[in-house]
Structure formats: C-alpha cells, structure tokens
Design a binder for this molecule. Structure first.
Ligand code: ZN
Length: 508
C-alpha cells in the first residue's frame, strides 16, 4: 500500500466483516482507583503501604465526604478529614498511624492514614475487600457495596477526577451477618426508626404542625445520626435524609418537639439533609430531593401545611433566634416545591446531542471524546448516577475502553457536573484505539443511563478511524468482498477528514 497514506478506510456499517475486527484484551488487569486527581495515587499508595484495599479507602471517602477534605467548624463537630471520621476516631486513628492529631485534622494524607490504621486495628488479619467490608456497620457496608458495584466517577475539590472501577461482580451479601434493622417506631412508613437521646428533644403530644423546616447537616448522615444520640448534643431533628440514596431515618416522633431550630421548634417538623451548603452540586442529589419531597408531601397532607415555599422553608429563612443559614442558596426551591406538589415523580429525557471526537487514532493511542447533550427531563442529572453507557447492545464491553479512566468496560463516564432541567451537560472521557491489523473505522454506540433506574435519550455514535501501529496497513484485503471500490472512495474521504469533527445526533 502507498507509504504514508491511509490503508483501508471503511465505514464499519458498510463493510461489516470485510475488515478485521479489533483485537480486544478483556483479561487486562483493572486499575482499582484511577483518574487525574492526586488523590487517586494517594489512596493507592497509602492503601498498599498499610494493607488496606485502596478502593475501600477511596469509596469510603466518596461516601462520607464526596472526596472533599472536611475541617471542623462551628456547625460541624461530627465529620473530619477526607474519610469523615468523628473527632474521637480521628484522634485514635492518628495515634495508631503514628501521625499527630494536628496533621490528621489538617492534612489529607494524614487523615487517610489515620482512617486506614483505625480500620486495620479492628482486625489486623483483614486482607481482602470482603474482610474489610465485614468490619463496617451494616448501613455503611450496604452503601459501600452499592457504590463499589456501580463504580464512582468523582471529582476532588479542584475538579480533578477520581475513578473507582465498577465491580458488578461484588458479593452483595459480603460481611452481612444476622444484624437486624430496628423495627417499627417511625411515623413515616418508608423511614427507619432510630431514636435520638431522650435529653435532646422535648416529649410532647402535638397534633398541630404548621411549618416544615429544611436543614442540611454540614456533616455526614451517620455522623448526624450519632450526634443526635449523643447526650452532649442538645439538638435533634425529626428526620435525617441520606444524600446518595434518599434513605430516611426518623429520630424524634412528630408529636415530640425536636430541637432543630432554636426558638422555632414548637409547631414545626425538622428535616436534616446530608451535605454541605457550600457544595450543593455534590450533595443535594436528585435521589435526596425526590425522597425528601415525598416526605414533605406526606407531612403537608397529614397536618394541612400548604405545599409552598414559606410554609416549607429553610432554616436560614425561619423566624428564629439563630444565625444558621442552611440549606443555603444552592437548595433548588422551585424544583423542590414542584416535586412536593407532584409527589416526586422524576422523568428522564435528553436531546440535541453533539459528539466531539478525534477523527483518527493509531492503535494504542488515546484521544478525548466530549458529548454535549441537553437535559429535557424534570430532574437534574447527577455526577454520581447519570452516565454514558455502551449500547447496541446495551452494556456491551467497549473496544475503546480505557482502564483507569472509564468506570467499567460498559460505562465511559458520569456527567461532568450537575445539570439542571433545561441546561446542557457534557460527558468527557478518553478512548484508546484498539489493535487492528488494517485501518478501519469504528462506530461505538452509547446512550445515557440513570444508574439503577432507566436508559434514556438518543443513541450517540462515536465514529473514528483506527490505523495499525507502524503505518504498514495492508489495505482491506478480504478476498471476494467486492468492496474495493468503496474502500478506495473512503480512502479519499479519509484524507480529507479534519483532525477532529463534530457530529450532531438528534433524538428525544
Ligand atoms: Zn439547620
């Protein structure tokens, strides 16, 4: 074939089978924690040194702090460091790890070392991921297993990526003993009952409720629940909601007066939402909005509270005598009240997609793909759950899967940042050109998937040409295919291809 020119440039759709199929290596070892963030290397280094699986440290950090280092503040006394330890656990872990308390409270790596040492101290013989999962409480273990099964496409505080590889094969029963959930007790049926310390609220027999007060915890879900059980707290809330799943714990009966809002407690119900007002895009998830809206709708119906902003209000807006400002300006009131009125039914729709991808790559070479697409549904897309998955067929292992960048061979990436209804989102990921014997055109199909919920939006095609390494492609030599004319035509077209190209995809 002519030196320096493209060999066989064949549209896969026209010449299916005529060119050699890419050679994929699905047995390649997986990178447990990848991405561009320095945290990825830190979790790997600390985990390897201390004998704790790096993916356990990274996923704990994701679950407890969304990969953000948390410092003590006036409003946060429960959750510290990169893994969200309580102050007592952080101090103990620091001692075990041989780092100072001050370092563990201010330095990301020292806080991870403290957490790893604490975990290791619970069972020095623990080696595997399953061994360590067995050391965690039931609710943390259940969440970690769910997170590890689907993988994480997270961002550190600087916006750099941390990718925890999906492990769909993880044993969902790992480490579960015979521990039982606390039974009964909740006023709201979907909630789990876990009583606050009796000195942290006032027993009463209320039937009149006229306001619902929305808070955020400025700490973790587990940390808030344990704080309301702590006799030193002198505070409580009726309900606490978990960011990632919308799971609800009730801690004070609705008839009793929880101490959540200084001098505005007598006829109100307080709902705490896991998260930080300064990072709404990481914590105020669609799952939490939807489940919280269902709870508020139930309370509003039960006590005849108008389903409007004002009767349902933020702590910072309440006529109380505190200086709290939660849940802050990042709480989407219009969306929340809309969900309260409609009972929290989400719809997922997308359209007007464009794909920006390299026009050509050589085998082994990587390139960046950006998919831009509009959210036409009524709920926001989350970093955690709204993803680009392979389709045609669905969940196909992609030939352009890049280990350490993708969540799994069938999930390229999550959305780059939270996307409100009507806004346009981007999905950015890298691809690696597979080994080919002859130059060919690959057409990889993707679709949006709301993890564990639904596939939606148009089919999105990433089309690019792959040339073999060394440039010694031998043309499309499949004998008797009758495609030589087409191949030659495509050769000309290939020479004219721009370095990058955009394709528009229309759909729903
Ligand atoms: Zn509050």
């Amino acid at each position: 074939m002519r030196q320096g020119t493209l060999g066989c440039v064949a549209l896969a759709t026209l010449l299916a089978g005529a060119c050699v199929a890419p050679l994929s290596d699905s047995s390649a070892p997986r990178v447990p924690v990848g991405g561009t963030s320095s945290l990825a290397g830190m979790f790997t280094r600390v985990g390897t040194e201390m004998g704790v699986p790096p993916e356990l440290l990274a996923s704990l950090s994701y679950v407890e702090t969304r990969l953000q280092f948390v410092s003590a503040t006036e409003h946060n006394r429960t959750t510290l460091g990169l893994l969200g330890l309580s102050p007592a656990d952080l101090a103990l872990g620091a001692r075990l790890a041989g780092v100072t308390d001050a370092a563990a409270s201010t330095d990301a790596e020292a806080s991870v070392r403290a957490a790893a040492a604490l975990l290791k101290s619970r069972d020095p013989s623990a080696r595997t991921l399953e061994d360590f999962l067995a050391l965690l409480d039931d609710s943390t273990r259940a969440e970690l297993i769910a997170v590890l099964a689907r993988g994480v496409d997270g961002q550190d505080a600087a916006g750099d990526s941390v990718v925890i590889a999906a492990r769909p094969e993880i044993d969902r029963a790992a480490g579960f003993g015979t521990t039982q959930q606390a039974l009964g007790g909740a006023d709201y049926a979907p909630a789990t009952w876990s009583a606050a310390y009796s000195g942290n609220y006032q027993a009463a027999s209320r039937t009149k409720i006229d306001h619902i007060v929305i808070h955020d915890t400025e700490g973790s879900y587990a940390g808030s629940i344990s704080w309301f059980k702590d006799p030193a707290a002198n505070v409580s809330a009726h309900y606490v909601i978990k960011s990632s799943t919308g799971a609800i714990t009730q801690m004070v009966k609705e008839k009793d007066i929880a101490w959540h809002d200084a001098c505005f407690n007598t006829t109100t119900v307080g709902i705490e939402h896991e998260g930080y007002a300064a990072k709404p895009e990481l914590w105020f998830t669609e799952a939490m909005y939807v489940e919280s809206a269902k709870l508020s709708a139930y309370l509003a119906d039960k006590y005849q509270v108008p389903k409007e902003h004002g009767s349902i209000l933020g702590h910072g807006e309440a006529p109380d005598c505190s200086d709290h400002s939660d849940p802050g300006p990042g709480w989407n009131w219009a969306h929340y009240i809309d969900l309260v009125k409609t009972g929290g039914a989400p719809t997922f729709l997308a359209g007007d997609a464009t794909v920006d991808a390299p026009a050509s790559l050589t085998s082994g070479e990587t390139g960046t793909v950006t998919v831009t697409i509009t959210n036409n549904g009524n709920v926001a897309w989350d970093l955690d759950l709204t993803r680009l998955g392979t389709t045609a067929p669905q969940d196909r292992e992609s030939t352009v899967f890049l280990d350490g960048d993708w969540l799994s061979p069938s999930r390229a990436t999550g959305v780059d940042t939270k996307v409100e209804p009507g806004a346009t989102g981007t999905f950015t990921f890298d691809i690696i050109a597979p080994e080919v014997r002859e130059t060919e055109v690959l057409d990889e199909a993707f679709q949006l998937v709301q993890q564990d919920t639904t596939w939606f939006g148009p089919e999105i095609h990433v089309v690019f040409q792959v040339a073999p390494k060394g440039g010694d492609s031998g043309g499309c030599s499949a004998s008797g295919s009758g495609s030589a004319g087409t191949a030659c035509a495509m050769l000309l077209l290939g020479a004219l291809l721009p370095a990058r190209r955009r394709r528009a995809v229309r759909g729903l």
